[in-house]
Design a protein around this ligand. Sequence first.
Ligand code: R5P
Length: 291
Amino acid sequence: MQILAFPDYCAQAERLACRLGAPFGLIELHRFPDGESLVRLPSMLLDHVIVCRSLDRPNDKLVELMLFARTARELGAKRVTLVAPYLCYMRQDIANRPGEAVSQRIVGQWLAELFDDVLTVDPHLHRISHLQQAIPLANAVCLSAAGAIGDFLGKRFDDAILLGPDIESEQWVSGIAAQIGFDYAVADKIRRGDREVEITLPDKVFKDKPVVIIDDMASTGRTLARTIGLLQNAGASTVYAAITHPLFCGDAEAHIRAAGVKEIWSTDSIEHPTSCIWLDSLLSDAVRSIL
Ligand code: R5P
């Protein structure tokens, strides 16, 4: 097998190749003035080709992945695997209004047609419990960064309260708390719009305690910023944030920092200055498990 990477995701793909002891190659990408993409693969491919690329800011990337996968098959690859630590379009799982595209199903089906295997990390699945329901492939593999985040926090803190900002985050925050023996709680969130959230803290004493907010992603940053503000009001000694997917759209990071967070840590699922928790070990174990 060989690992191939697009130029925007080289470092993580190279770390994966290194862990697997697999050859690493670069996919060349040229963007024409009109926005079209030219994708060029190495002309000699091994039987099993693994492309590693996260699908944040996804629209161009999805077209490029299609060009890649079809070309890989034309060049003789017998098995084509996608490792996408961040998987896009998983949030829209129903038509909220008549006529809306259910992107989770459509994009999932499309990826299943292009790839033999799809591996991802903590996809945002809301109303379904298995990734195979979105991506109809036997090898649609859903991993979790919770263990890596737990290892990271366990080395930094003797004790802290872990806080999930909403009920969806309970799965990660409770797992990490059990892993490192910390206390945890979960807040209540109502989303009023893309950039508007209402958070209610759980009934717990935060005064003079360090608190780490754990979430799967920061998009507009409003969830984190609002939670940080409430924890400051509740007297927490310091507030940190550990997140899996640092999407950080627009002014998100500035907003979170202005709210008074002491440090933000994220995984390298998406390249960002806060990315310090690497997923290469998790991903390489998962690749080995599907061989
Ligand atoms: C929602 O359920 C997720 O777990 C995140 O809390 C959410 O996507 C964060 O979004 P934002 O940063 O836009 O508040």
